[in-house]
Design a protein around this ligand. Structure first.
Ligand code: FMN
Length: 352
């Protein structure tokens, strides 16, 4: 039986127009990525994780710049930390700034985060995890959600004992990435755990991990009863994956579309991060966009060597001149949507 991915669902009062969620990814989920995800059918998009201490202190080194545009809502802003009061304060800032949902990260396996007691480490301290959720949920009126891994160690089933407790503490939805923190991104996501979690809680569960195709999305939704699937790595430099998952449209983009989307992404990212930060940030995206057999390896390598973004753009549009027309059309369609609703500091850490 085919599952309808266009079905509306809710997290608390927030209506989500499709059963496809774009994953929070540190170093990836900038506004340009989120807006693009929306255009390609994501019902909900998420910021990368924001340090609650960073929000509290305005620490220059860890702060970047988060902008929310009117056309990327509903949007969840994800925070991480381990101190209930600090997390509550950060959540209040996030709500005041205009986010529709506050998401809490209990999944990040990266040492820089886990050694502070935050991220996946919280799965080992259910009492504290519940206190964090309680504090955040009572601090804000928007729904509070939690993203977690299966547990710290391989084979752990901690998510099944902690998940229902987090719901009792006030979580309006749970996203499960059923790998252990130790696994990082190796092995496979065991969605039989997602099915078990769904059977244990009354709130919507989002399935994250290895959703790379329509067939996989359909299979995971059908076998788990999850409310939605979350797509992460498959959408990096490849928004067409979202379209394929939603519509089953498997033709793939033309070279003109690929270059137009990449150049648009570059221009938006420069506006968001500034030329200097965007230059390094964008390098990984060249390979992601131009991969999938779309362009020769040497061309990708050449782009990463060019010193300025302007030169990369010139080279791209020179190689595929027809992309200019697609780009002009996209920019025209988009020009009304990028009214900025909120400015927030954002972390530069990574992982979940
Ligand atoms: C580069 C990268 C950064 C990530 N950053 C975050 C993050 O900030 N917060 C979070 O909850 N998960 C983060 N994740 C995990 C993803 O949201 C997702 O759960 C995971 O990648 C599995 O989904 P996938 O197989 O579709 O990629 C990150 C993943 C990657 C690859």
């Amino acid at each position: 039986m085919q599952v309808n991915l266009h079905e509306t669902w809710h997290i608390g009062p927030v209506e989500i127009p499709s059963r496809l969620v774009l994953a929070p990814m540190a170093g990836v989920s900038v506004q340009a990525f989120r807006r693009q995800g929306k255009r390609f059918g994501a019902g909900l998009v998420c910021s990368e994780m924001v340090s609650c201490a960073g929000l509290q202190h305005g620490n220059e080194r860890t702060l970047g710049y988060l902008r929310i545009a009117s056309d990327e809502r509903p949007l969840a802003v994800q925070i991480f930390g381990s101190e209930p009061a600090v997390m509550a304060g950060a959540a209040r800032m996030v709500e005041e700034a205009g986010a529709d949902i506050v998401d809490i990260n209990f999944g990040c396996p990266v040492k820089k985060v886990t050694k502070t007691g935050a991220g996946a480490t919280m799965l080992d301290d259910p009492e504290r995890a519940c206190r964090v959720v309680e504090a955040v949920a009572s601090a804000v009126s928007v729904p509070v959600t939690v993203k977690l891994r299966r547990g710290l160690e391989n084979g752990s089933r901690a998510c099944l004992s902690i998940g229902p407790r987090l719901v009792e503490a006030g979580a309006a939805s749970l996203t499960l990435h059923p790998r252990s923190a130790k696994q990082m991104y190796t092995g496979t996501a065991d969605h039989s755990l997602t099915a078990e979690l769904v059977s244990l809680v009354t709130v919507p569960v989002v399935a994250s991990g290895d959703i790379v195709s329509r067939a996989r999305a359909q299979a995971v939704l059908a076998s788990t009863g999850a409310a939605a699937v979350m797509v992460g790595r498959a959408a990096q430099g490849n928004p067409w994956a979202l379209q394929e998952i939603l519509e089953g449209d498997g033709d793939g983009p033309s070279r003109e579309e690929v270059v137009a989307e990449l150049v648009l992404f570059m221009r938006e990212t420069v506006r968001e991060l500034g030329e200097h930060r965007a230059t390094g940030f964008l390098k990984k995206f060249y390979g992601w966009y131009l991969g999938h057999g779309r362009f020769p390896r040497a061309f990708k390598a050449e782009l990463t060597q060019l010193p300025t973004i302007a030169e990369v753009e010139t080279r791209l549009l020179g190689a595929v001149p027809g992309a200019r027309f697609v780009l002009a059309r996209l920019e025209e369609e988009l020009q009304h949507g990028d009214e900025v609703l909120l400015d927030l500091p954002i972390s530069i850490y990574g992982g979940g």
